[in-house]
Design a protein around this ligand. Sequence first.
Ligand SMILES: Nc1ncnc2c1ncn2[C@@H]1O[C@H](COP(=O)(O)OP(=O)(O)O)[C@@H](O)[C@H]1O
Ligand SMILES: [Mg+2]
Length: 323
Amino acid sequence: MLTELFEKDKLRFLLFGGKGGVGKTSCAAATALWAAENGNETLVISTDPAHSLSDSFGEKIGDSIRKINGIKNLYGLEIDPKKAIREYSEKIKSTPELGLPIDIETDELEELTTLTPPGADEALAFAKVLEFIEKPEYDIIIFDTAPTGHTLRLLSLPDILNSWVGKLIKMRAWIQKMTAFFKRILGRGEEEDKTMEYLEKLKKTIEVARAELSNEEETRFIPVMIPEAMSIYETERLVRTLYEYEIPVTHIIVNMIHPEVPNCTFCAARRGMQIENLKIINEYYSDFSIVYIPLFPTEIRGIPKLKEFAKYLFEEEFTPKID
Ligand SMILES: Nc1ncnc2c1ncn2[C@@H]1O[C@H](COP(=O)(O)OP(=O)(O)O)[C@@H](O)[C@H]1O
Ligand SMILES: [Mg+2]
């Protein structure tokens, strides 16, 4: 059950991740709903370009924070990577010193001038995420992340961005020295440098975010999977990378477990396939808390369905029979 995570009052960030279609958004939305109904000021953020938080809640959310209708304490946000990229390019255009001939390694310069740290969309989603990590007004922030590959890149971004911002700071410092020199020669006064201040602040923020993401008291990444081979492989890869980045993982959700249906050979075959995979999952993740969710006869859309779904995450343990 995820309930035990909420018993520690320091929990602040829950991230759901996994392959497309396994139920990340449903888990994130249901968890957010439960958290809000249990008295937490809650923000649920989607960083998946294929947004479906709106679909899940049955109302338009969009790229600025919106209160979810009829639920106290619950807010949603869908970060739009394309829009963030546009905002970002505007910022770059207003940083003219990057055009200066500078005496640093060419590849370094290239890296700096293209100014698209690997995976611009993830970088921007992450930059946006940083804004929320600093927001003390929410008790719990829940992330509905993009499918595995994107998320893994997103997780490595604090390190990449930090070294990138670090280089930029060095470069600025050098430019400032030169500028100060010329100003002295030309007899002009010193001017304040806001860019430097901004970069230093950004570097701090990234460091704080990195620290928070790997803090066991505050953060959990919860992989969501289904009992199928492809999902097992992807989850293995995801969990390994989470370990590498020291992001705490203690719970795993196994979704869409087929019910027993009498007199249905098709259903029995699917169930049989799932049972074999469940055995593998149980063995592989024996050190984790595994939360199972049955396959519903309907989609998980709208508040009542999300509440029903949330029961399996927080109230009644569902244990599939596998032998
Ligand atoms: N346990 C379940 N039973 C039935 N349908 C489910 C279940 N979990 C998720 N779904 C449905 O499956 C689809 C994919 O789920 P979603 O949460 O959007 O996955 P993801 O965000 O990982 O792509 C959605 O239509 C959702 O309503
Ligand atoms: Mg989704």
